[in-house]
Design a protein around this ligand. Structure first.
Ligand code: CP
Ligand code: NVA
Length: 305
């Protein structure tokens, strides 16, 4: 008789979740947040270890996963590519196999979705995407939790993405299809999101180069830095190319009166967003940053507990 091989469950992109799972995950995040706030001790990952491979900088992702593991009774290992053999060229598959024999989960931030997928293929423990060149699913779980907390069920609502069509935008596109909302993506020509990712979202997503058209009547307005990690040499070109794409109060005035503003952070005031918008009453960026902790608690409970 053949035996089925059931491997570990990963989160390499939001495509690894079903709609029911995604909604359950963010609803559970709201519950877990209340438990943390009430000082309840809940340690489903007692004595477990999460290896966190960082090939790029981070504030929120590192602190939320590390604190999250401590609160869950476990431990997180910070592995910078500067200090590990991975950074000196050790094959990803060897790293995956070795870590799998010692730890209970692997979180990765790198510049290559393909390398993340290679690592996951050889891992016997769950692998979590903590930002690649293509996706940032953990950010979206926190953003969707935030939208739920502030406005309730957002199925059928409209979000506007204004800015670069790269990693965070790609996960927003995935989220539109997954959670069931409409997303209008406005980018300058040449900065459009990946065509295959857009196509997979079907009629949940539309593209434009007109930010005002995207934002008109929207319930949620979101942007990200114009200069992602690793793009510093393109800084001036990008600033020129993104002229007219700043989310400022004039832009927000076109959205629904009750619209909220999100940004994954780090933000650059005066570039992709004006100070009065990001620090104003429609902005929930700090709530979303905190929700990284709670959404990832929910994710780790699902994958690792
Ligand atoms: N939003 C986000 O991922 O922030 P960090 O780069 O600080 O982790
Ligand atoms: N798009 C940004 C997101 C940072 C959290 C980057 O990749 O640098």
């Amino acid at each position: 008789m053949k035996t089925l091989h059931i491997g570990p469950r990963h989160l390499l992109s939001l495509n690894d979740l079903s709609r029911d799972e995604a909604w359950a995950l963010i609803r559970r995040a709201v519950e877990l947040k209340a438990m943390v706030r009430n000082g309840e001790i809940y340690e489903p990952l007692k004595n477990k270890t999460l290896a966190m491979i960082f090939e790029k900088s981070s504030t929120r992702t590192r602190v939320s996963f590390e604190t999250g593991m401590t609160q869950f009774g476990g431990h997180a290992l910070f592995l910078s590519s500067r200090d590990t053999q991975l950074g000196r060229g050790e094959p990803v598959r060897d790293t995956a196999k070795v870590l799998s024999r010692m730890v209970d989960g692997i979180m990765v931030r790198n510049d290559s979705q393909a390398q993340l997928e290679e690592l996951a293929k050889h891992s016997k423990v769950p692998v979590i995407n903590a930002l690649t060149d293509m996706y940032h699913p953990c950010q979206l779980l926190a953003d969707m939790q935030t939208w739920l907390e502030v406005k309730g069920d957002f199925s059928g609502k409209t979000a506007a993405w204004v800015g670069d069509g790269n990693n965070v935008c790609h996960s927003f596109i995935n989220a539109a299809k997954l959670f069931g909302f409409n997303l209008r993506v406005a980018t300058p020509a040449g900065y459009e999101p990946d065509a295959g990712i857009v196509a997979a979202a079907g009629d949940a997503v539309s593209l434009t180069t007109d930010p005002k058209a995207a934002v008109a009547g929207a319930d949620l307005v979101v942007t990200d830095t114009w200069i992602s990690m690793g793009q510093d040499e393109e800084k001036q070109q990008r600033i020129d190319d993104f002229a007219g794409f700043q989310v400022d109060s004039d832009m927000m005035a076109l959205a629904d009166d009750e619209a909220i503003f999100l940004h994954c952070l780090p933000a650059y005031r005066g570039y992709e967003v004006s100070e009065d918008v990001i620090d104003g009453p429609q902005s929930y960026v700090l709530k979303a940053a905190e929700n990284r902790l709670h959404a990832q608690h929910s994710l780790m409970e699902m994958l690792m507990a």
